[in-house]
Design a protein around this ligand. Sequence first.
Ligand SMILES: *[C@@H]1O[C@H](CO)[C@@H](O)[C@H](O)[C@H]1NC(C)=O
Ligand SMILES: *[C@@H]1O[C@H](CO)[C@@H](O)[C@H](O)[C@H]1NC(C)=O
Ligand SMILES: *[C@@H]1O[C@H](CO)[C@@H](O)[C@H](O)[C@H]1NC(C)=O
Ligand SMILES: *[C@@H]1O[C@H](CO)[C@@H](O)[C@H](O)[C@H]1NC(C)=O
Ligand SMILES: *[C@@H]1O[C@H](CO)[C@@H](O)[C@H](O)[C@H]1NC(C)=O
Ligand SMILES: *[C@@H]1O[C@H](CO)[C@@H](O)[C@H](O)[C@H]1NC(C)=O
Ligand SMILES: *[C@@H]1O[C@H](CO)[C@@H](O)[C@H](O)[C@H]1NC(C)=O
Ligand SMILES: *[C@@H]1O[C@H](CO)[C@@H](O)[C@H](O)[C@H]1NC(C)=O
Ligand SMILES: *[C@@H]1O[C@H](CO)[C@@H](O)[C@H](O)[C@H]1NC(C)=O
Ligand SMILES: *[C@@H]1O[C@H](CO)[C@@H](O)[C@H](O)[C@H]1NC(C)=O
Length: 816
Amino acid sequence: TIMINSSLTFFYCLQCASSTLIDNQGYASCVTSRRRVQNLSGQNLTNVPLDLNNDMQYLDLSHNPLVKLQAAPFQRLSQLCFLKATSCGLRLIYPGLFVHTPKLKFLNISHNLLDYIPDLSLPLLKILDLAGNQYDSYQLPATFEMLANLSALYLGSVNALQVDFNDFDSLSDSSLHHLILGGGVEWQRYDRGSLAKMKSLQKITLKVPFCENLDLFENLLEDVNETQTTDLELVNVLPDLCNVTGDPFRSLRTMPLINDFTIVNTWINSSFFVLFLKNVLLSNVRTLTFLNITYNEDTPEGFRFPPLNHTIVLRYLIFYGVNHYQYRYPSIEISVDMFSKMDYLKFSGTGMNIVPCNIMSSLPSLETLDLSNNLLSDTGFWWPGCSYTSVFPKLKHLSLSKNHFVDLSFIAQQTHQMKYLESLDLSYNSIVLDKPCFWPVHITSLSLSNNNLGNKVFSFLSQYLQRIVLSKTGITSLTQEDLLQFPMLTHLFLSSNSIKVIPTDLSPTLVSLYIDQNYITSVSRESLAGLPSLRTLKAGDNPFVCSCDSYWFMTTLNKSLLPDWPLDYTCSTPPSVADLPMSEYRTSRMSCEAWLQAAVALPVTMLIVLALCSAFYACDGVWYTKMLWVWIRVKRRGQKQANLLNNTTFRYHSFISYSHQDSAWVESKLVPSLEGAGLSLCIHERDFVPGQWIVDNIINCVEASYKTLFVLSNHFVQSEWCNYELFFAQHRAIDAQQDSLVFILLEPIPTNSLPKKFLKLRRLLMQQTYLEWPMDERKQQVFWVNLRSMLQVADHRILKDMALELTQSDRSWDSP
Ligand SMILES: *[C@@H]1O[C@H](CO)[C@@H](O)[C@H](O)[C@H]1NC(C)=O
Ligand SMILES: *[C@@H]1O[C@H](CO)[C@@H](O)[C@H](O)[C@H]1NC(C)=O
Ligand SMILES: *[C@@H]1O[C@H](CO)[C@@H](O)[C@H](O)[C@H]1NC(C)=O
Ligand SMILES: *[C@@H]1O[C@H](CO)[C@@H](O)[C@H](O)[C@H]1NC(C)=O
Ligand SMILES: *[C@@H]1O[C@H](CO)[C@@H](O)[C@H](O)[C@H]1NC(C)=O
Ligand SMILES: *[C@@H]1O[C@H](CO)[C@@H](O)[C@H](O)[C@H]1NC(C)=O
Ligand SMILES: *[C@@H]1O[C@H](CO)[C@@H](O)[C@H](O)[C@H]1NC(C)=O
Ligand SMILES: *[C@@H]1O[C@H](CO)[C@@H](O)[C@H](O)[C@H]1NC(C)=O
Ligand SMILES: *[C@@H]1O[C@H](CO)[C@@H](O)[C@H](O)[C@H]1NC(C)=O
Ligand SMILES: *[C@@H]1O[C@H](CO)[C@@H](O)[C@H](O)[C@H]1NC(C)=O
């Protein structure tokens, strides 16, 4: 036996039962798109609007002075799944209203002024809240037989003061699991057997005080014993300042099914507590919970509990909200041995600022200790009077959430004493990171959420961590280096921070990543490729950009990875799609996937080319193509020739040979166009040395020119060609280097039409490319461009060298 007179201070409980729990459940199970939710709560409406969206799934009309619900506004709401109309002063619900809403699963019309229980025949209805109304009987309408899927029913009225034998008949064959019964007022009568009819009940919550009529309470417990109830919750069962006589909870000892027993909002005296606890410890109850109790020490020596010679099955003991009536430290004397099987202890919302360490640390089976929501500080938990060495023999999970802890380095040091501690929760404290932290190997899970820590937090954590919770800790960016030091990390929670990007190659071991409510604009294939083991990704409520950046995420990613898809994913930008659910965003696959673009582009390009080809053909495309071909060949040869030309020097770009009959064209078109482009030409009428034999003149000019240009026409062929036959005969060397010859066809000269004696010309024309003089002026532009580039040397550097040589060796030309 350990005597404890430790300093436990109790203050008024701040905790309030979460009334939105079922709202959330309804939301989660009903809503497929945020746009199908309408919250008209507290709008001072006197009528339900008639123009509600037809596809509405979730409608909240609470806190409006509606007084009655008419059928008309609901006529088109065939998809309605959740309806809440609490605190609306409802006196009347039109019969037949719910005929229009066959999909209703959640109906909350509590806290109104209904003086009857309305008829309902909704086979899908799961949860029905009719509490806080004014009916004077719990007699359920016969139509409740239709509520085949009802699992939770809330009934309560300040005017219903008795339970009659037949009240619940219509639910006797139902699958009802949880009945919440009572309006917070004492009953005058309870007909034995009425509750026992609902055989399927597994949980009963009674909001009925029993002070005067405790035999009525015992009758009720006997009925509960006949259902399958394992979970019994009693709200305000003993009102303040009630004279309890006898031992009303003695029946617990003979109720083998009751596993969970909960006492809510109740005044408990230390004298009564001894009796009560004895009944619980001798029963089959494994989980005992006290929510918001007021403890009154009415025995002068405090709480004294005699040892029990009995195997105790109690394993979970929970205090959540303890108010102390006396405002003084309670005195407790109890044998720790009785709690040898207890592995879960929660002592929360009690205002405790110093831990009764000796009792808590000596519980032999204790695996989980939850001291959240107290006033503990570093020294209030690890105070000098406590020796934590070799204690907490089995403690694995410790929650110190919502206290006043500060020094992470100190805490890390202290946890070395708790040899089996695996997880530590320090969320909602005032943690400061200033000194290096040395963590024990055994701590693998740590929560520091809701502390102001910043990006540096990672360097204060243990490398052995597998689970890190850093939600709402002021992290603005995440890097691969941050996570490199945690080789065993599997679960990372980073909700509600300001992270903008998920880095690539984050952590190969990560199984679960929460990064919702950050500043992420897109989740890319690359960043998830670095997370091969990922099974859960919560990334909703981020400002997503709905563009090709998110295309892969929206279309390809397996959404079974995302527990919060599609509800929490909305487009943020561009403005045109702001607030659009991402699941409804449509972008064409084409515009986002490069290979697809190519695949589509190819046939399209071919079509265009085809169209262009036919257009080309129609517009002399063949001619242009020929010219293009010429040009390409000239360009290609340019390089080869440039090398050849390295050792050669020329005075003229070109020698022009033509017939007298064509001199008009040569003088008016060819010469101005080529000389205008800076080319130097040798023209026999101008540059031939008078008195020399024509062939010598030709040879001189040809040898001083980079190219020889023949202006071919029928005249030329007939009158001049013979001169060249001779020239070619004498200079076979030039013959070999045929590239230096350029032919312009002023008029068509079909090769085959040439006389047999012009064998050489025929051969040249067949091998050489030649340029046709076009009549069309547009084509003439192309002609000139091509001609010029044939006469120019491709490599400008060589031209320059050539020009230099030309000027230097000027004299040598005239006297060959
Ligand atoms: C019905 O609404 C009231 C008022 O908001 C709430 O307290 C109660 O928990 C709701 N009932 C259910 C079953 O959610
Ligand atoms: C509806 O609006 C009320 C007040 O405007 C708010 O308290 C409540 O949380 C809202 N409900 C939902 C489901 O958003
Ligand atoms: C609600 O509407 C009534 C009239 O319909 C008005 O007198 C009252 O001031 C309104 N209340 C609020 C809170 O707007
Ligand atoms: C009751 O709900 C279950 C799922 O919760 C469903 O499978 C079943 O069909 C429902 N029963 C009726 C009668 O709608
Ligand atoms: C509960 O039922 C069991 C039989 O199942 C019976 O032995 C026990 O006495 C009952 N307890 C009460 C309080 O009725
Ligand atoms: C409780 O009992 C005492 C006497 O035992 C009596 O004086 C007191 O009035 C009773 N209180 C109530 C609320 O019945
Ligand atoms: C608790 O003790 C007070 C006196 O301190 C007494 O008035 C009250 O009736 C007792 N309540 C119970 C439930 O025993
Ligand atoms: C706590 O219980 C007391 C009665 O013991 C009650 O008056 C109070 O409203 C309860 N507080 C909450 C938050 O339920
Ligand atoms: C406890 O029970 C055992 C047998 O069940 C008995 O031998 C022993 O005397 C009991 N001890 C006390 C203090 O009642
Ligand atoms: C998505 O993943 C789940 C489980 O990982 C699998 O059962 C399902 O077939 C996958 N869906 C698709 C479309 O790949």
